[in-house]
Design a protein around this ligand. Sequence first.
Ligand code: ACO
Length: 437
Amino acid sequence: MTDATPSSDGQTLTVRDDRTGKEYVLPIVDGTIRASDLGKIRVSDDEPGIASYDPGFTNTASTRSAVTYIDGEKGILEYRGYPIEQLAEKSTFLEVAYLLIHGDLPTKDQYDSWVHDITFHTFVHENIKSLMQGFRYDAHPMGMLLSAVGGLSTFYPEARNIHDADTRHLQIVRMIAKMPTLGAWSFRHAQGKPYVYPDNDLSYAENFLAMLFKMSEAKYEADPRLVKALEVLFILHADHEQNCSTNAVRSVGSSQVDPYSAVSAGIGALYGPLHGGANEAVLKMLRRIGDVSNVPAFIEGVKAGNERLMGFGHRVYKNYDPRATIIKKATDDVFEVTGVNPLLKIAVELEKIALEDEYFVKRKLYPNVDFYSGLIYEALQFPPEMFTVLFAIPRTAGWLAQWLELVNDPEQKIARPKQIYTGGRGLTFPSREERWA
Ligand code: ACO
């Protein structure tokens, strides 16, 4: 859990205000200074103190968190201290979700009861089904998911009691359990197919595949290699510390609203093309390149600044995105079942050339999580609109772990940034007669 009493270990930053000649000694804790300490630097008591200006929070820590660790230079991603590579190889998505939420790996009994609870909360109220059926035939599945998750708050009004640990836990179980149901139904809706109810005999990933693809067969049996690949993809997408959607969940959650409303804000953030949509752009790019022989010319175009190599580069990772390495391996398992996506050859050639080319090496541009994931999703017969839904389902575990941490963190306050006001002041309201004369 969050350590609320950090110590500076004597490290300080001395700031001299050239306006007044005064010096201020600010404690440095974990490589940061408190923005509120800057507020003490002021010219006079009746003027506001110094604030920092940071659109997009590019250099501002909003929380102390013990959930996910990233070292972008070294390409390290850990959940609760466990490297993503080990989790993807040895764990299941529900075990990882338990780890994220509770902070520790479960005992056998804890794991069994967690899986049981999640499995038996997969059904949703029939009126949620009616709500989803009310959408237009061509509704975007992310819009449907966002609305349905927000709508759940009205079915569980007790969820607003966020200060009660048992109530919080129940909503967490419900939400992780119901996301595959809602995600699958948003997919079936666009196809005009009947919604498939959950099958509580199946595992989390199997059940999701069944609700997506089951037709008239009595029991849907998914290929175990596809189930494993989906588990791995879910594990890789379960959390990624303070990204745009997690920040949205925390920011909305800081108003002490119920977790369904906070998570639906996260889904809204993930819906945006700058966050969840790059893998679709990778597919479009690969299709446009069309053939391996066109790769060198395409790379030259990228280097000339004509366009970007989609699926390459990352704000945080200046090394191979560790998730991309794992996804690349998963493509082999999926393609063994589905047949090779012909675009894979182009992707592999692009990666080979780019990793050797000085342009990409100098700028530390490596494949990110989106470079190969779209190829797998396409092989699994998902249309591009579903890609972000496939991201939102596992990320719900991370959002809720972060939300829980927020609720339990005595340092957190309602999120309310400052602004630098740039508009007019003290104007006199002219009457319409004067303005429109
Ligand atoms: N192809 C070619 N050049 C690139 C790429 C790319 N994919 N990404 C960055 N560069 C170049 C830039 O042109 C710039 O070059 P310059 O210094 O000569 O001007 C330099 O590398 C730094 O780029 P920035 O845009 O400043 O890096 P930033 O950290 O802001 O951008 C981003 C990160 C948005 C991910 C970027 O690398 C990009 O657009 N990549 C392609 C889109 C993509 O794959 N997004 C998915 C990210 S993963 C996720 O969100 C889940």
